[in-house]
Design a protein around this ligand. Structure first.
Ligand code: F6R
Length: 256
């Protein structure tokens, strides 16, 4: 197991605001999309939802509208979706992605992949197997974006998820459900389960950028970056990835 000293300092970048951090990540994504296009290749992005990437997606939309950034060669795979979750429901990650990104850029609808929250439980396993195959058929994920939950989850890989876990049905941690309770008007309305890419699926990405903004993330960011690699905090597995960046604002970095 690597020691805390193994967390290479150069992989942590702290910005004075979430807006600046988001612009930096948006620029990296734009460069990747363009370099893949120049090479005649598709750019495969793994995408996250939640509050963290909202300003990043706004910046990508701005770049599309004002600077001609095209998503014509982009294919996306989202990390996760609640189960059950109809796509039109306010809290749906399908709806989130369309409202914040997809409806405002030139991505082909057939290139968008999001776990299906409408499936009966007995069809989820087969769906997850196909999701993994689709990622593989695209040649793998070039860049995976992540936020981090206060439990240390990445995607919905809650504490004790294994390093080699794949896309699957999971039970959400009570802390995660509590954090979602405001948007669901009460914890009793927050689904108990979700479909998520696994830690292993995420770790297979060629590059990973984890973003964390705000004071509420400071304790889990410090435990992730300064503690040992441990399945009790799935985000610590990211430190074993050869090409990972942790992009923080000063509030999220305040306990480092
Ligand atoms: C969302 C996801 C989650 C979030 C995390 C942080 O697709 O996979 O892991 O990234 O819960 O959420 P926010 O950004 O709302 O603090």
């Amino acid at each position: 197991m690597p020691s805390p000293a193994d967390c290479r300092i150069e992989i942590v970048q702290t910005f004075d605001s979430a807006a600046r951090a988001s612009r930096k990540v948006a620029n990296q994504i734009a460069e990747l999309i363009q370099s893949q296009r120049s090479a005649g290749r598709t750019c495969v992005l793994g995408l996250a939802t939640g509050s963290t990437p909202i300003s990043l997606y706004a910046e990508l939309v701005r770049m599309h509208k004002k600077e001609g950034l095209s998503f014509g060669n982009v294919t996306t795979f989202n990390l996760d979706e609640y189960l059950p979750m109809p796509p039109a429901q306010r809290q749906s990650y399908v709806r989130f992605m369309h409202e914040h990104l997809f409806d405002h850029v030139d991505i082909a609808p057939t290139n968008i992949h999001i776990p299906d929250g409408t499936l009966p439980v007995d069809q989820v396993e087969e769906f997850c197997r196909k999701y993994e195959c689709l990622i593989e058929a695209e040649g793998g994920i070039d860049l995976q974006l992540l936020g981090i939950g206060r439990t240390g989850h990445i995607g919905f890989n809650e504490p004790d998820s294994s390093q080699d876990s794949r896309t699957r049905l999971v039970t959400l941690d009570p802390i995660t459900r509590g954090d979602a309770s405001t948007s669901f008007d009460g914890i009793e309305n927050v689904p108990v389960q979700a479909i998520t890419m696994g830690v292993g699926t995420i770790m297979d990405a060629k590059k990973i950028i984890m973003m964390a903004f705000g004071n509420s993330k400071a304790p889990i960011v410090a435990r992730t970056l300064e503690g040992p690699v441990d399945s009790a905090i799935p985000a610590t597995f990211l430190k074993l990835h050869p090409n990972v960046e942790f992009v923080l604002d000063s509030a999220a970095a305040s306990k480092l």
